[in-house]
Ligand binder design. Structure first.
Ligand code: DGJ
Length: 754
């Protein structure tokens, strides 16, 4: 943490005007302005495109009497908090919109009066205790503004934390509540951010779905009243991702304004937009207040997770690229953040639970021969785990399947010249297990009530330190004993009947958040102790694909759905927030196990290339001709993975628009000298017209050679005249290359010759 107080007036990126009591945060391309109101609460003035700094913005605040409004000061019919835009709105004092926080006091009151007390501006960004968050590596990358609000009656502070990055259009926000008073307080709502936009002329973008169809991109116009997305499942979920953006109606992938809000958290969340009677849009994001309460005894504090706000006037791609860069370089952490990711093979779809050491070694042998670098042993290696009904929690190797244990297998695989990794589901227990028989009260449950299951399993109570300690002991013992390079950390069910035997009655609503803090604690201990291990998070595929996880595990299993055509939507939607370096993407067998579709090996790879690449099939059963194809694919990926992992990604054609028949994207190297585009067609059409692929992000003045095509083309030709895709639906393309049919795809590799 770099915490050198600059001063209270200004730091270049953050200015405070003592006379007007206005704060102006100036990011790269955006301005964020707010002030101290007459009643000493904070009012919001402006969030949008960067504007020059002026002495005062008071003319942007309208205070005038309105019929039926409730007013703060007697004799004054104009000063109503309902009419004013707020920075961190309170409950019950003339603003009727939903508040950012609510505090229940011993006497039954929920009314508070938090007034501006002080602020400081300093370089860098503080850590959030026990929580994942974006960070800086050098103090001069960002500036932080910390504002303290104080309620005299209950002697409590609220600290609003703002960090603005210099080179990126990013403003992060979080909030801390500190009870200095003598009495305990109940925090029943504690949002991380709240912003009142001047108007409601926006569409809301969300990433929604379900198992096997995660993070589909949807948008809807804002309407008066509340619109929201949320999770109350105990985890961020596949149903809604903890992300929302507001875009102008004319904004598309390439042009226009968009405001992104992404929550660095893996549990219950709420993102809501309330459009009020004057078309002001209040957006807030934080831990879901439903079934939440946090007791703050005297001297205790509560830190909310962070919201990362991104501004773009370069369309949705512009917003995504900012998220990608920030999350790839200043959220993901540890050795593996920058290290080249290995091409892996995972045995799940090849064997499910039905394997033994011999089978695993034959797959590994063939994999090595094909050029694969890492073998991942999935579910089924421990306890008596031959089905999903048993053994979670018993993290001891199954000696029938693996007579030499994990250590023996890992050593054999390492000797073949492959790295070895394996699967865990640390947060779960099966009732048929030694762990459950020894500690039946270690599951999340409510005494004397039925406990429901999900996939025959129960959620361990990670709000209890001793439970986390126990799992840490088992996992770390295995990681210490064997040459392990990778861990796939799975989590396959949502919470029900939420309660903890470790907490008193008045803290039961703290369980879901304490659980997530326990998960973060375990991740923190393991990633610190085993920095050389690559962690990949997973939750029935992508049910916990969120920035909180990304902090500890730089890649995540994007979806259990490995069908190439379904993956177009999943990967396209996921890329709205998350970088390619975070998306696990594997080639699997056909007919596909999730949707029974058959696509060519080429198309399956052409989709999986745009992620952290691997295979999930039985390579020993493939004919030699296909193995040869795999060798080529692996070589191609290895040659280009630096561009894929670290390049700039542009979505070009959306699977969610125009009937979704064509998807296209391109990733461009940092120096713009290389680019790889993917073009995908779902169904062929008879006798079609012509279309072209317009690229983005190339250097207009560089001349690019496209692999397999004659001649060179300037970047500005490729971006404006494009590549003609004639013959795309049947037969040959313009250069005579065979292309077409259902589920066909093309990869264009471009290299600048300068
Ligand atoms: C769900 C994961 O998403 C799969 O990849 C696999 O690891 C199974 N769990 C194993 O139970």
């Amino acid at each position: 943490m770099f915490r050198v107080p600059v001063n209270t007036q200004s730091s270049g990126l953050v200015r405070y005007n003592e006379d007007t009591k206005e704060f102006h945060i100036q990011g790269k391309d955006f301005s964020y302005i707010f002030n101290i109101l007459r009643n000493k609460q904070l009012g919001h003035i402006y969030y949008g495109k960067r504007i020059h700094h002026s002495e005062s913005y008071s003319h942007l605040i309208v205070i005038e009497p309105k019929a039926t409004s409730s007013c703060v000061y007697e004799g004054d019919l104009a000063f109503s908090l309902d009419m004013l835009k707020q920075e961190y709105p309170a409950y019950g004092t003339t603003d009727y919109r939903e508040p950012a926080y609510q505090i229940h006091q011993k006497n039954g009151s929920r009314i508070t009066n938090f007034e501006y007390k002080s602020h400081q501006i300093y370089d860098g960004k503080p850590k959030l205790d026990g929580l994942p968050a974006t960070y800086t590596e050098n103090g001069d990358e960002a500036v932080t503004l910390e504002i303290t609000l104080h309620d005299k009656l209950i002697d409590m502070d609220i600290i609003l934390l703002y960090t603005v990055y210099k080179e990126l259009n990013v403003l992060t926000r979080s909030t801390k509540f500190i009870n200095h008073g003598k009495l305990s307080l109940d925090l029943s709502r504690a949002m991380s951010t709240s912003v009142d936009f001047f108007d409601s002329d926006f569409e809301m973008i969300q990433l929604s779905g379900s198992w096997a169809r995660e993070r589909h991109l949807l948008s809807r116009p804002l309407r008066p009243g509340i619109q929201s997305i949320s999770s109350t499942r105990g985890t961020s979920s596949t149903q809604q991702n903890p992300f929302v953006a507001l875009k102008r109606k004319e904004t598309n992938e390439h042009i226009g304004e968009v405001f992104g809000f992404s929550f660095v958290y893996s549990g219950n969340f709420l993102a809501q937009i309330e459009v009020d009677q004057y078309d002001v849009s209040r957006i807030m994001m934080g831990i879901h207040p439903f079934d939440f309460n946090w007791k703050l005894e005297s001297g205790e504090s509560f830190q909310t997770p962070e919201v990362v706000m991104v501004y773009s006037d370069q369309g949705i791609n512009g917003m995504s690229q900012t998220y990608h860069k920030l999350y790839r370089t200043r959220l993901a952490k540890g050795e593996w953040r920058d290290k080249t990711r290995p091409v892996l093979i995972n045995n799940w779809e090849a064997t499910y639970f039905d394997f033994d050491e011999g089978k695993i070694l034959t797959i590994a042998n063939t994999a090595k021969d094909l050029g694969i670098e890492l073998f991942v042993l999935d579910d089924g290696w421990f306890g008596n785990r031959d089905t999903d009904k048993t053994s979670l929690g018993d993290w001891y190797p199954n000696i029938q399947k693996l007579p030499n244990g994990i250590v023996g297998l890992a050593e054999k695989i390492t000797k073949l010249g492959l790295k070895f990794g394996f699967w865990f589901e640390p947060e779960m227990v099966s009732k048929v297990s030694e762990l459950y028989s020894q500690h039946p009260d270690w599951i999340i449950h409510v005494p004397n009530r039925h406990s429901s299951h999900g996939r025959n399993q129960f959620v361990l109570d990670f709000s209890r330190r001793e439970v986390v300690d126990h799992i840490y002991e088992r996992m770390s013992a295995l990681l210490r004993a064997a040459p392990i390079s990778y861990v796939k950390w799975d989590m396959n069910r949502y919470m029900t009947e939420i309660g903890s035997a470790g907490l008193p009655a008045d803290r039961q609503k703290e369980v879901p958040h304490r659980y997530i803090l326990g998960v973060y604690d375990l991740y923190d201990r393991l990633t610190s102790e085993f920095p050389h291990v690559l962690f990949e998070s997973c939750a029935s595929g992508g049910a916990r694909f969120d920035p909180g996880m990304l902090y500890y595990a730089p890649q995540a299993w994007t979806s259990d759905d490995t069908d190439a055509i379904e993956r177009l939507k999943i990967q396209y939607g996921t890329s709205v927030v998350y970088p390619l370096s975070s998306m696990g993407a594997h080639v699997s067998a056909v007919p596909n196990h999730q949707v029974k579709r058959s696509t060519s090996l080429e198309t399956r790879a052409n989709v999986a290339y745009f992620g952290m690449f691997g295979y999930e099939l039985d390579v020993t059963k493939m004919p030699e001709e296909e193995k040869q194809q795999l060798r080529k694919q692996i070589n191609f990926y290895k040659e280009n993975r630096d561009i894929i992992q670290n390049g700039t990604f542009y979505r070009l054609k959306s699977p969610f628009e125009d009937a979704g028949n064509v998807t296209a994207w391109v990733v461009v190297s940092q120096d713009q000298k290389q680019a790889i585009a993917g073009y995908y067609q779902v169904l062929a059409k008879p006798n079609p017209g012509y279309s072209k692929l317009l690229l983005k992000g190339l250097n207009p003045d560089y001349q690019y050679k496209i692999e397999g095509k004659v001649g060179k083309r300037f970047g500005n030709e490729l971006m404006n005249a494009g590549i003609i895709m004639d013959g795309e639906y049947s037969g040959l393309d313009a250069e005579g290359i065979d292309f077409g049919g259902d589920f066909s795809s093309r990869i264009f590799k471009m290299e600048a010759e300068i």
